[in-house]
Ligand binder design. Structure first.
Ligand code: PRX
Length: 655
């Protein structure tokens, strides 16, 4: 089957899904946001976002809500605020200092309870310490930490000083960290000796050291988490407990322009070089905060919220740190993996803290399905009243399983579509309004304008498919790619430049009701366990190995991770024969990018299928990887190549 035919088949399965689940009358009645929000936003989109911005504290009001010099946006121009003040201090000032901000659960079972008052002190001390280490407004600070409270504290401390942070997921390699440090020209790195993963300490500092050598980094602030021995470089490295703990626990903050950079978060594009997505302060916080309030129906007095993402991804930024904390919620933060020390760890945590709202990824849900429904059944999950999904399309089976076995057939599910670039949720049901459909992200949120268009930019009718576009600017939109306005314009705005649409890179369909069904990426970006990895990035890691002549990488459908990475490599003639090239190459990719980019499978092949212009025909490779019939190969420069590959497959090395 061709790729198109297979996605058609998936879609028609999806569209046969006719069940809908309206919220209960009680849920709808008590919901934070009701149907009138759509009308209000449709009447006056900008005014709607101004109302949302007024949920925050500003030291100076804006004079212009939106300045749009397409594709460059400025929101709330002239307004001033301090993002950390909005996430911490104002809750203490409102009399909620004793409310728990974070119930932190370490993987080994150690816990910390941090109130908003504690958080205010911790963030103030960290801000004082960063200032002492030379961090000033406008600087960049790299954060390379496990899921410990210091990660959130460090982000907020940067925000408090008006310095931009760039969090790098702890699973990324030294090379990945170094590239990001260089690109962002970071001055300070905040890291840890390590963290706990799968029951063992997992070191971070050695990778940080390798990354930092030879860069412009002046100071390294190191959190002690595991207590394992680490090398400290004299004059450069200092311990968090030495420098932060002795600081005064108050810090006089300044307020910054709404467009002051808040963070740079790197994400994979279609080239080997990751893109530094730049987010600024006022618009980003407005939308992160509003969507968290609207989509998760968050009641700060009573809810216990848990977003099970890592702080190294955008979900952790917007829905662990900025959205929830700006709304003054109590949340759970967990350090480790879902199967440590047993496969019921998530459910044990939910039972223990009486979690009411859970936000996780389809890949995690499918893993739980694989482990069996009897595991969650052993725990009391009756506190859950709302479930969220993010990162990739959720298949109806997983959606129904989530609803039944986790949500007790009672909690609405919000399937939230958004991207690192969008900064906050864009398409999602509103839990008190929408009758949800398993597998559909459904509708643009109030104040957001999306469409599905064909190649020429014409909206497709209901029942049709095409490309997802955002047709109007939104407050938490990326402002540019750090240091590369041209790439920003080219990647997102050139495809529909006539219409002025943002091209999201996702395929989508509208069903007969006009509801949206996301169909995955349409570019050379894979989605593995909800993480974006570019095929070119993995290819360039592979060809950097001395024994590889050429490599082509595709994302093949995977029942658990959404897509799995499959690499086709041609070895150099002079490469040593024998040994186990596949496992050596997998380890090499892991060293170059990080374990998340390790190919599921490496196939050593004699040739790669190419068009006459030399472009690798990934579609054919995907067919091979997914063992589908080969589609049309007449555009191949050498059609016999596919036979060579298939022959190679039966005899070739698989890992
Ligand atoms: O393909 C879409 C998919 O994840 C991409 C964005 O990845 P990233 O920037 O890493 O952010 C992930 C967390 C927001 C999108 O282009 N995606 C994300 N959420 C969904 C989704 N696909 C379908 N349904 C979703 N709910």
């Amino acid at each position: 089957m061709t790729e198109e035919a297979s996605s058609e088949a998936t879609l028609s399965n999806l569209l046969r899904e006719e069940r809908t689940f309206p919220p209960s009358a009680a849920f709808a009645e008590a919901a934070n946001v009701k149907a009138d929000a759509y009308e209000r936003a449709a009447d006056d989109r900008i005014g709607f976002w101004e109302d949302a911005a007024k949920r925050l504290a500003w030291s100076e009001p804006w004079h212009t809500a939106l300045e749009w010099n397409a594709p460059f946006a400025k929101w709330f121009v002239g307004g001033k605020l301090n993002v950390a003040y909005n996430c911490v201090d104002r809750h203490v000032e409102a009399g909620n200092g004793d409310r728990v901000a974070i119930h932190w659960e370490g993987e080994p079972g150690d816990t910390r309870t941090i109130t908003y008052r504690d958080l205010q002190k911790d963030v103030s001390k960290a801000a004082n310490a960063l200032h002492e280490l030379g961090v000033r407004t406008g600087d960049r600070v790299m954060i390379y930490l496990p899921m410990i409270p210091e990660a959130a504290v460090a982000m907020l401390a940067c925000a408090r000083l008006g310095a931009a942070h760039s969090v790098v997921f702890g699973g990324f390699s030294a090379d990945s960290l170094r590239n990001r440090i260089d690109d962002a020209q970071a001055k300070v790195v905040i890291t840890a000796d390590g963290g706990y993963r799968r029951g063992k300490p997992s070191a971070l500092k050695p990778a940080a050291d390798e990354a930092i050598a030879g860069t412009g980094v002046e100071k390294v602030l190191v959190v002690r988490r595991t207590g394992e021995d680490v090398a400290m470089t004299e004059g450069r490295d200092v311990w968090w407990h030495d420098v932060v703990d002795r600081q005064p626990d108050t810090h006089e903050y300044s307020t910054f322009d709404a467009e002051n950079p808040l963070f740079i978060l790197y994400t994979s594009g279609t080239t080997a070089k990751p893109k530094g997505i730049l987010h600024t302060s006022g618009g980003y916080l407005t939308q992160a905060s509003y969507t968290h309030h609207a989509v998760f129906d968050l009641k700060p007095e009573t809810d216990i919220y848990w977003c099970a993402a890592d702080i190294g991804w955008v979900t952790g930024h917007s829905y662990i740190v900025y959205g929830p904390l700006s709304n003054g919620v109590t949340q759970v933060m967990y350090e480790g993996t879902p199967d440590t020390p047993h496969q019921g760890r998530f459910w044990e945590i939910i039972q223990k803290y009486k979690v009411t709202i859970l936000y996780t990824a389809p890949t995690t849900i499918r893993t739980f399905m694989k482990w069996g429904a009897d595991i969650p059944a052993k725990f009391d999950l009756s506190s859950l009243r709302l479930l969220g999904s993010v990162g990739e399309p959720i298949n109806p089976e997983a959606w129904i399983w989530y609803r039944h076995h986790i949500g007790g057939d009672n909690a609405p599910i919000v399937d939230t579509w958004w991207q690192t670039e969008t900064g906050a949720i864009m398409v999602s049901p509103l839990p008190g309004v929408t009758a949800t459909k398993p597998g559909s992200a459904q509708k643009a949120l109030p104040g957001i304008s999306v469409d599905v268009v064909d190649e020429s930019g014409k909206p497709v009718p209901n029942g049709g498919g095409g490309y997802l576009v955002l047709t109007e600017p939104w407050p938490s939109m990326l402002r540019t790619i750090w240091g590369d306005d041209e790439r920003f314009k080219d990647t997102y705005w050139s495809r529909y430049s006539d219409q002025g649409y943002y091209f999201a890179g996702d395929g989508a369909k509208k069903d007969d009701d006009g509801d949206l069904w996301l169909l995955g990426r349409v570019d050379d970006v894979m989605n593995v366990s909800g993480h974006r990895i570019s095929t070119t990035e993995v290819e360039s890691a592979l060809v950097s190995h001395p024994s590889v002549a050429e490599a082509a990488v595709v994302g093949a459908t995977d029942p658990t991770t959404g897509q799995g990475i499959v690499a086709f490599v041609i070895l150099r003639g002079d490469a040593e024969q024998g040994g186990d090239p596949a496992s050596e190459l997998r380890a090499h990719v892991s060293r170059e990018i990080g374990p998340i980019a390790k190919p599921r499978q490496i196939l050593v092949v004699p040739e790669l299928p190419k068009t006459r212009s030399g472009k690798i025909m990934r579609r054919l490779l995907r067919d091979v990887a997914e063992k589908r019939d080969l589609g049309d190969v007449t555009t191949l420069a050498d059609p016999t190549v596919m036979n060579l590959i298939s022959d190679g497959l039966s005899s070739g090395k698989q890992d």
